[in-house]
Ligand binder design. Sequence first.
Ligand SMILES: [Zn+2]
Length: 237
Amino acid sequence: MHNTVSKKALILRAAAMAVSAVFVALALTSPFIISAVSHDTRPVVVVDAGHGGADGGVMGRRTGVKESELNLKVAKLLGEYLTSGGYKVVYTRRNDTMHTYPGVSNRKRADMFKRGDIINDAKPAAMVSVHMNFYSAPSRRGAQVFFDRNDEGGRAFAIVMQDALNRDVNSVGGGREYGALSAEKYLLSCSPYPSIIVECGFLSNPFDEENLIRADYQANLAYTLYTGIVEFLNTET
Ligand SMILES: [Zn+2]
């Protein structure tokens, strides 16, 4: 990648050199410069694996695989790509669990509120929530991206991500291409940061289900999500 990180680092270095040139006689300037360039400037990406614990999400029509399990696998693979690419990754969950929340007894609401807090605390450049879809008609297949209609960054992010998925996933193997869609979801509206939900495929479709349970397909999918994030963040800066 070394897109935003290196650009920012280069700008910082250039600024540092300019300051040094002007104030070369003032030794006092150097401690400031050293501290300025030593901060962690990696862009933060929140990776949310949908569902978990008692909330398994949807189930594979043929295999009975739990959505929550596949979401976590894809989320962790995505996180590994992002970390290797120089991003700081914050996960909303790393295990098969639901969060609790003070004063909230409804387990799903409590889990959502905690995830919302994690996103807001992380102040990410982007948030991606990983899910698997299900539809009554088994013929429906492919990956779809959702954004909140009041989130302009989310809309731009969703369009870039949907294009990446259309290119790498939906146009391959007989699927159809989609446009990014708006949706009213708590995780899309709970923070001011560009946020999307990716429904990676339909567990109600036999082809998608067969693909989504395979480790190599999960890795390819995670890589496509990674490229979508990088592309979005590069166009933002
Ligand atoms: Zn889901």
